[in-house]
Design a protein around this ligand. Structure first.
Ligand SMILES: [Zn+2]
Length: 237
């Protein structure tokens, strides 16, 4: 996720693991000797690392590593690179040090893979964000009106209400720029994305209209509920 020079010849590496979450470790002598770490310590790459952890919460020691996939396609243009940076940043916000979530690891891994293969950037980013927020405990409640409690039957327009992090019916809340509306197809698609276990993006058919509605909701949702704007969100917009 991040690499920093450390001391004279070491590297300070923060990385995301399936079973221990986000960790930080020192790769001793990594800048001089490339033998133990051949191209595997770079941002966005998927690597198999051998490391030791003395105590939970401490810096760990990286012994060696092997590159699995460099995702070189991510570095091919600026937009792709920015999206990947944004995904890393959102993961850091949602998953503090040592908070493990295997599903999040696979979501990140497969989203970076989709970016690498040149699939639709807008689609990948919406799916990633919706799923990551849901895994981090910030899913959007799409089951019922957040005000009157009436169950959403999958028909008609719904309005997103940021204070509640969920949808409201038109009787309870009129649509506006602050309370954007979404069609039933959009609500259903968001529900599917949030709850599905597969990370394969190609299977989902997101129309331009759905993505437009989801983008305005996600922007409000992330700004209100994460209590901060990810740094990379600004220039992505
Ligand atoms: Zn209602």
């Amino acid at each position: 996720m991040r690499i920093k020079e450390f001391g004279e010849s070491d590297l300070l590496v923060s990385f995301f693991t399936p079973h221990k979450g986000r960790l930080k470790g020192v790769a001793k002598g990594a800048r001089r000797s490339r033998r133990r770490f051949v191209n595997c310590l770079d941002i966005f790459c998927l690597s198999v690392l051998e490391y030791g952890l003395k105590r939970e919460g401490d810096l760990c020691f990286l012994h060696s590593g092997k590159l699995d996939d460099p995702y070189s396609g991510i570095r091919s243009d600026f937009t792709t690179l920015s999206k990947a940076s944004y995904m890393i940043e959102l993961t850091e916000i949602l998953f503090p040090w040592g908070v493990a979530d295997e599903k999040m690891f696979h979501l990140l891994k497969e989203s970076l893979g989709s970016l690498d293969r040149g699939e639709s950037i807008e689609k990948i980013s919406i799916i990633f964000e919706l799923k990551a927020m849901a895994l981090g405990g910030y899913g959007i409640n799409l089951d019922a009106c957040c005000m009157c409690g009436r169950a959403y039957t999958g028909q008609g327009v719904a309005v997103y209400k940021r204070e509640k992090g969920g949808i409201a019916c038109l009787n309870c809340q009129q649509a506006s720029a602050v309370f954007p509306k979404m069609g039933s197809d959009t609500v259903k698609m968001m529900k599917t994305i949030q709850s599905r276990s597969s990370n394969i993006m190609n299977e989902l058919d997101l129309t331009h209209e759905m993505m437009k509605e989801m983008n305005s909701i996600l922007k409000l949702h992330r700004e209100y509920h994460l209590g901060m704007r990810p740094k990379t969100a600004d220039y992505l917009e």
